[in-house]
Design a protein around this ligand. Structure first.
Ligand code: FES
Length: 238
């Protein structure tokens, strides 16, 4: 039986309304919390205006305390600080009844358990101030811009787990999102699908096919640590 003290729980994040992940998420959420919970999903793929309005509506309807379960896979501490400070401003006068929790949409059992664990919820008063000049204000000193295709054909060829592995390996090598390191972005189709999974590296503009964890490891070590092209992985002009 739920012991949640909340009058309303919103499930907030990108890709929760449409697509295969959304379909699975909605199916599981309905099974775990009932079909009515589907009305509490707020998709942020197109931005946050819809969320702010939904929060205002909850406040106006007296649906407090309100918990936002943030399911953004890229959530970070500055992001959560920002989210809480926005809620603090929207909820002036009732901000002490607004709360945020962060979780992974793919672990819905854990998400539902988290709702019952207030010790893991963050309030929206006394939110750490955002620094006047933080990383979002500056052009980063990354040396490489790397575009990993997550288009439909590259995904079928295994691009999604490669993205995770690539991030982990870059981080372990001290090359992820740091001065002289790599800024990694997932993209839609980059066009040479038949040679994918496609990964392009700038500023050189080198096109790679990266199809295994061994390829990822070579790329990280040879291209991003030692600074030389991995000739065997470069795509051919067809
Ligand atoms: S789907 Fe990746 S290059 Fe087309």
């Amino acid at each position: 039986m739920s012991t949640s003290p909340y009058a309303r729980v919103l499930f907030v994040g990108p890709d929760l309304a449409r697509g295969s992940f959304a379909e699975l998420f909605q199916r599981e959420l309905s099974a775990l919390r009932g079909a009515a919970a589907l009305a509490d999903i707020v998709d942020t793929t197109e931005g946050y205006a819809g969320l702010w309005q939904r929060v205002r509506d909850c406040i106006a309807a007296g649906e407090l305390p309100l918990l936002l379960v943030d399911l953004d896979p890229n959530a970070s501490s500055p992001y959560l600080d920002w989210l809480r400070s926005e809620l603090q401003a929207i909820g002036e006068g009732v901000a002490d009844r607004l709360f945020v929790a962060s979780s992974d949409a793919g672990q819905l059992d854990a998400v539902c358990a988290l709702i019952e664990q207030p010790e893991r919820h963050l309030g929206c008063v006394e939110v750490p101030a955002l620094p006047a000049a933080h990383a979002w204000s500056c052009i980063p000193q990354h040396h490489y811009r790397v575009l990993l295709c997550n288009g439909p054909r590259c995904i079928r060829r295994g691009a999604l787990p490669l993205w995770k592995t690539l991030r982990e390996r870059l981080k372990a090598a001290g090359r992820l999102e740091c001065e002289g390191g790599v800024h990694l972005t997932r993209t839609q189709c980059q066009f040479p699908c038949d040679q994918g999974p496609t990964l392009s590296v700038y500023p050189a503009g080198t096109w790679y096919r990266v199809s295994s964890e061994d390829d990822v490891q070579r790329l990280v070590q040879e291209q991003f640590v030692e600074g030389r092209e991995v000739v065997e992985l470069i795509m051919r002009q067809m």
